[in-house]
Design a protein around this ligand. Structure first.
Ligand SMILES: [Zn+2]
Ligand SMILES: [Zn+2]
Length: 175
């Protein structure tokens, strides 16, 4: 993902739209579970101030922290960032180093803004720390490890019986 700055500077501060739609794994080798992302944004350059804003939509595979099943996780992150274009800065020939520096210092040198590292960090921050497949995921039984979304195990039905008797007792007390 790169933006050619001389083109932006010709527009004299007018916003230009960009759209990138890519495969997660082919852009970032660490997302082994695969998935895709879509980046819709606009950028404008005023003198040495480069303003970028847009939204990042990510669809990836995650492992539920309750039942340990894989499921499709989607999230959207909006962002606005101000980068400073360094003039007469020594131009790094390595795109990866440049992308890393851009993301960490928000400084851009050379003719291109390389967004790879910045987007990688947005994806990591946007991911749930303890993802769950559904709000009502019942998880695994602490007693026998059975996936309670798929079936009830013996320990659970025993517990339900106790609960039922307890409710009966309560009813008796109220009468
Ligand atoms: Zn789950
Ligand atoms: Zn159980």
């Amino acid at each position: 993902m790169q933006i050619y700055l001389p083109e932006l500077s010709q527009k004299q501060g007018k916003a230009v739209d960009f759209r990138f739609e890519e495969d997660l794994l082919s852009s970032f080798s660490e997302f082994l579970d695969g998935g895709t992302f879509k980046l819709v944004m606009s950028a404008s350059l005023n003198d040495d101030q480069l303003v970028v804003n847009g939204s990042l939509e990510v669809s990836t595979t995650a492992t539920c922290s309750r039942c340990l099943e894989s499921f499709n996780q989607c999230f959207t992150t909006d962002f606005t960032e101000l980068f400073t274009v360094l003039k007469n800065a020594p131009v790094e020939s390595n795109r990866q180093i440049e992308a890393l520096e851009t993301a960490n210092t928000l400084n851009v040198s050379g003719d291109y803004l390389y967004l790879d590292e910045y987007i990688r960090q947005l994806i990591i921050l946007g991911q749930e720390y303890n993802p769950i497949c559904a709000l009502d995921c019942r998880g695994l039984c602490a007693g026998c490890g059975e996936d309670l979304n798929k079936s009830t195990c013996r320990c659970c039905s025993e517990k339900e019986n106790i609960d039922l008797r307890f409710i009966k007792l309560k009813e008796l007390n109220q009468e």
